[in-house]
Design a protein around this ligand. Structure first.
Ligand SMILES: Cc1ncc(COP(=O)(O)O)c(C=O)c1O
Length: 609
């Protein structure tokens, strides 16, 4: 296929439009029949008529209207939809309808907004292709995605990055007890992949940024040491960027993996936009990763659950990967979700770096405004290891240091300083904290929400404010107003600190600071292999113990602060004294936990020994 000419098309999305406009009679799933199952009720409600009216006649009338004026009909429908809000307002006053009308309006209101989507919610029929055996529009759409994101092959995921992580691990762990080298601070989907694969994980300790106290990915030395100790490992799995948008150059890690004949797998769930603009960090694929999972729905524009898996190189068994994808993904994948992936790709393909101009302007406006609010500080890399590019050239954030540059500066994979762990920050993740030390991240999030600004997440110290290509300068202004209000409401707005003073204090405090992301096992670069299995733990083999008495025992459950969803403890793992303290602190700060039998975390479920 000639991708250059095709890049402005969206073959899958266009197939859905053609299907919708063809007005064929459906004798196949889905049962809502393009929304027909609801449409006549909605129209009756809007006309204020009783549901007993001649349904067949009404439906016929509706079809004739659509056929005679497909374009105009969209406008008519938009008008109808805006009148819904008005009807809703009327409803509250109870003036417009009789009892019957009010009841049907209430019952049908949520359905109405789904009707347009249902018209495009199709299944595998002639012309719409099959995700698990693509030969037509899905194949074309995936090939265009590969071209756009720089992969040899791309796969659409309808179960989020979760599906990608599961299938990657099920592919590399091709026999029971396979060893994989896995960054410890991973999303729970990685752990679930290890369980499904019956794998053994050697956990690599992440590198911790000393200034912020936040864990990023393992250093290249850690990866190298583990690779040397476990040459039989089936691959290395890392996550980059982290939830805070922090990252670094992956190239040295890719080199270490490839020298050992291992594939590098990257959970790039938060970096689907990477590499698409000079101000954005480089992508994992461009650093040499073999398999990369991206949540297109997070930082680009796909519907929720829309994600992609990108592959390059000879190190992954692609036919096995296809089989694994068919195992973990529905045989009836959502076409709206897949078409939204096609559209997200087309936007990038057509607009190129310009896709991000408005969003980056919003970020700039926010950062400029924040600089005038001394109380709230911004997380930024403390140092940039990259040499300055020649004058006049744009310096991409996290630009990889080339092999030649590394040789010139005496930096090899083995000697790259560990500080390489945080050299790039995603500009779309503005991570702020209260420099006055009054509000925790959780507290600041609550106050922002009370002002109508909903952050992505918070922890004990930080609030992550996620911008994207869809953000506007008005969003940034609203956020700044909220921060002004919060600052003046509690009387701490006078805190005057230079950035340097503030990061110094932050670094000093970091010795005691514990982030949800930091689940380090002290003094070890990597763990012993820990076995994962689907075999449930037998309840009678476990006991509930007050958390303060749990040190030294083996856990019978996962302890997962959410967000970000990274397990602190795995079933079967021994709990250290410092881990007990860490969990208690998080609990007392108000963190929410998944996976635990006692949500208040006064006790933990342990293995009887
Ligand atoms: C690092 C990371 N990986 C994977 C996932 C799962 O992504 P998805 O929600 O697209 O399944 C998440 C979700 O937050 C995540 O933070």
């Amino acid at each position: 296929m000639d991708h250059k000419n095709k890049s402005s098309s969206a073959p899958l999305y266009e197939a859905l439009l053609a299907y919708r406009d063809s007005k064929q009679r459906s004798f196949h799933v889905p049962g809502h029949k393009n929304g027909q199952a609801y449409r006549h009720f909605v129209e009756q409600a809007e006309a204020g008529q009783s549901p007993a009216k001649d349904i067949v006649n009404e439906e016929h009338q509706h079809k004739v209207e659509i056929q005679s004026n497909a374009g105009g009909n969209v406008n008519r429908r938009i008008e109808q939809f805006s009148s819904v809000e008005k009807h809703g307002a009327d409803l509250e006053s109870g003036e417009r309808y009789g009892d019957e009308g009010v009841r049907s309006e209430i019952e049908l209101a949520p359905v109405r907004s789904f009707l347009e989507m249902m018209e495009m919610d199709v299944t595998e029929i002639t012309g719409t292709d099959d995700l698990h055996h693509p030969e037509g529009v899905i194949r074309e759409a995936q090939e265009l995605a590969a071209d756009c994101f720089g992969a040899e092959e791309s796969f659409f995921l309808v179960g989020g990055s979760t599906a990608g992580n599961l299938s990657l691990l099920l592919t590399v762990c091709d026999e029971p007890n396979s060893i994989v080298l896995v960054q410890r601070n991973v999303h729970k989907s990685v752990i679930h992949g290890l369980m499904l694969a019956g794998a053994r994980a050697v956990f690599l300790e992440p590198w911790v940024d000393p200034a912020s106290g936040l864990a990023v990915m393992p250093s290249v030395e850690t990866v190298q040491a583990a690779v040397q100790s476990y040459p039989e490992a089936k691959g290395v799995f890392v996550t980059l960027p982290n939830y805070y948008g922090m990252g670094a150059d992956l190239t040295p890690i890719a080199e270490v993996c490839h020298a050992a004949g291992m594939p590098l797998l990257v959970d790039e769930a938060h970096g689907a936009h990477y590499g698409q603009h000079p101000e954005l960090p480089v992508s994992a694929l461009s650093c040499g990763a073999d398999g990369v999972v991206q949540s297109t729905h997070k930082m680009l524009t796909a519907f929720t659950m829309g994600a992609m898996l990108h592959i390059q190189g000879p190190r992954l068994n692609r036919s096995l990967l296809r089989q694994r994808l068919a195992m973990v993904q529905s045989s009836s994948p959502s076409y709206p979700v897949m078409a939204s992936l096609d559209l997200a790709r087309r936007l990038l393909h057509v607009q190129g770096a310009n896709t991000f101009t408005a969003g980056l302007a919003a970020v700039d406006a926010f950062k400029r405004g924040l600089a005038e609010l001394p109380r709230f500080q911004l997380l930024q890399p403390a140092q940039q290891l990259q040499p300055e590019p020649p004058a006049g050239t744009a310096k991409p954030a996290g630009m990889p240091v080339s092999a030649a540059q590394r040789t010139r500066e005496g930096l090899t994979a083995a000697t790259m300083p560990s500080a390489a762990g945080y050299t790039a920050q995603d500009p779309f993740k503005s991570v702020i904290y209260d420099g006055a030390g009054v509000l925790s991240g959780y507290g600041l999030q609550q106050q922002l929400e009370a002002c109508g600004c909903v952050p992505e997440m918070s922890d004990e110290r930080y609030v992550v404010l996620l911008f994207s290509l869809g953000s506007t300068v008005q969003d940034a202004q609203h956020l700044l107003q909220a921060l002004h209000h919060i600052s003046s409401a509690d009387g701490h707005e006078q805190v005057q600190q230079s950035n340097a003073e503030s990061s110094h204090q932050l670094a000093k405090g970091s010795a005691h600071y514990i982030s949800t992301w930091n689940n380090l096992q002290e003094k070890t670069r990597y763990s012993e292999p820990i076995s994962f299995t689907l075999q449930p733990i037998v309840e009678t083999d476990t006991i509930n113990v007050p958390i303060e008495e749990s040190a030294g025992c083996r856990s019978a459950e996962m302890v997962i602060p959410y967000p970000p969803g990274i397990p602190l403890v795995y079933p079967g793992e021994r709990i250290s004294t410092s881990m007990v303290a860490r969990i208690q602190l998080l609990r007392d700060e108000g963190a929410k936990f998944h996976g635990v039998s006692d949500a208040s975390l006064q006790s933990l479920r342990l293995m009887k020994e």
